[in-house]
Ligand binder design. Structure first.
Ligand code: SF4
Length: 166
């Protein structure tokens, strides 16, 4: 059986969503029976040419990140936004309420802080996103449910939660 080739990629975020995946431990190891992890900076080096599913964490805050995201999109059949930063720009979107020059100086110091785009953006502002897995961080069981559905060739169904109690 040909295993699906999957990869994990990160942009601006705290990496808590990737950590949630790694914390699945036994379930994560069982996954290796079904998939081949071809790129995952947190646990391995090297880059792949093609992959079936790209799980992408983090929001896009620099022109370089946008370029790298386009390259991931070009080599992935399916792209999943992993967590709130990727899905909605998450906590990084708080930067919208601050002067970016001042914020850059505050965080990085120095005369030449790194360039940021004017707005931290979710993935779907740059490339088409096939599926989303919200949460800050993501829920490990939901990650497994999404991956299982994709392995079966089905559209992932996320549970819906009501915030209102009747
Ligand atoms: Fe971290 Fe939350 Fe962003 Fe995930 S969504 S990378 S846990 S800040």
């Amino acid at each position: 059986m040909n295993k699906l080739r999957i990869g994990f990629f990160d942009f601006t975020g705290c990496e808590g969503c990737q950590l949630t995946v790694l914390n699945l431990e036994d379930e994560f190891l069982e996954l290796l029976e079904l998939v081949k992890i071809v790129e995952f900076r947190e646990v391995m080096s090297g880059a792949c040419e093609r992959l079936d599913i790209a799980f992408v964490e983090g929001s896009i805050c620099t022109p370089g990140e946008a370029e790298r995201l386009r390259a991931i999109r070009a080599k992935a059949t399916t792209l999943v936004a992993l967590g709130a930063c990727a899905d909605t720009a998450g906590v990084n979107a708080l930067g919208h309420f601050r002067d970016l020059r001042e914020l850059r100086r505050e965080i990085y110091g120095g005369e030449h802080p790194p360039a940021l785009t004017d707005i931290p953006r979710p993935l779907n502002a740059i490339v088409p996103v096939d599926h989303r897995l919200p949460g800050c961080p993501i829920d490990g069981r939901e990650f497994l449910a999404v991956l299982q559905a994709l392995l079966l060739g089905q559209p992932p169904q996320l549970p819906t939660f009501s915030v209102c109690v009747e």
